[in-house]
Design a protein around this ligand. Sequence first.
Ligand code: NZQ
Ligand code: ZN
Length: 390
Amino acid sequence: MQNFEYYNRTKIIFGKGTEALTGQETALYATRILLHHSGGSVVRTGYLDKVKKSLSAAGVSWVELDGVKPNPRLSLVHKGVEICKREKLGFILAVGGGSVIDSAKAIAMGALYDGDVWDFFEHKKTVAAALPVATVLTIPAAGSESSVSAVITNEAGPWKRGLNEECIRPVFSILNPEVTFTLPPFQTACGVADMLAHIMERYFTREPHVELTDELCEAAMRVIIRNARRVITGAGEQDYDARAELMWAGSIAHNNFLSTGRIGDWGSHQIEHEMSAVFDIAHGAGLAIVFPAWITYNINEDTPRLARFAAKVWGVDGAFYDYQQAALEGVFRMKNFFTSIGLPVSFKDAGLDGAKIPLMAEQAVKFGPVGNYRKLHAPDIEAIYRLALT
Ligand code: NZQ
Ligand code: ZN
């Protein structure tokens, strides 16, 4: 097991009606804030009004910035930075999913920096400080509500780039599973693929003895798969308990507890980010395409671990297969699962054209080879995209 330090400052406030606590929690930090959201689902469902009511009751006023789109754009981040500087705002509340939260995190860094916040995403400058960010989460998926990451799309490329900074980890996050009742099945499924991917990125490690986190990862993945079936393929869209399991699992998947003592891979995320940049595809849908191809490409790399994944997560009975066959059967079952919840598992399924594959592979390695389980260079990544074509 690797040495590690574990620290996660995000206070999680979880459960029914918890959005009513937004005001009192925010007031501990500021009485005038930037309120950031999409202007879409949170308005339609009336959830934003509940949050505003709670803010008002606690004496918190706000300047509002809406318009965040999935795969959040740099241009809106610039606008948010300008507002925070002009209005001298010292706190940002994001109401929404990973896209809104990441946009808020980027604004938080830009508000305390004289140059262009994109410098940080290009690794040209290091982040010195950020405004505090808090979240009211509306979709379990990205895990951004307690992560150190932000992922932004610069329309000029388009380039999609992420960074990790402790100072952007939210100070608190409010998670009410009831708000996820309104999620369309496809969005729920994208979230499920993303949280599974966050665990798989950590699970596929070369670290030989990480028994506790190995088994926690396996258990978390089984719980996600079981409850996803309950919500999406059953009549479970208003099934509070299943929604609650998914919402908590989404945070656990990415709050770094499951990374302790191990070195994760993260190649598939880099490979997917190029897909989101070029096709503007939902991140989770892109991962459902990339991850089975990544495992297939690595079928001869530490095959016992791939076979164990097939056995413990997908119920493949090792007695009937050799390691390699078991691993491939695991991939087959994973693809079936993704398909059954309405996700694409190939470029073809998603209606994507493969013409830009060489360019995407080059972009993915702009800052060097990706992945730790196996270092991938542009030709490897191109081969993975091609495995995912049909
Ligand atoms: O835009 P609106 O109208 O609000 O609708 C959203 C959006 O279309 C909808 N939605 C959200 N909550 C809803 C709802 N619809 C009905 N009812 C609700 N309660 O869902 C759609 C997707 O929202 P989005 O925020 O884009 O989803 P997600 O949370 O999956 O975030 C994706 C972004 O996060 C990044 C991804 O790359 C992508 O840009 N990631 C961020 C990470 C991080 N910061 O730690 C890690 C991840 O690996 C990921 O890369
Ligand atoms: Zn992800």
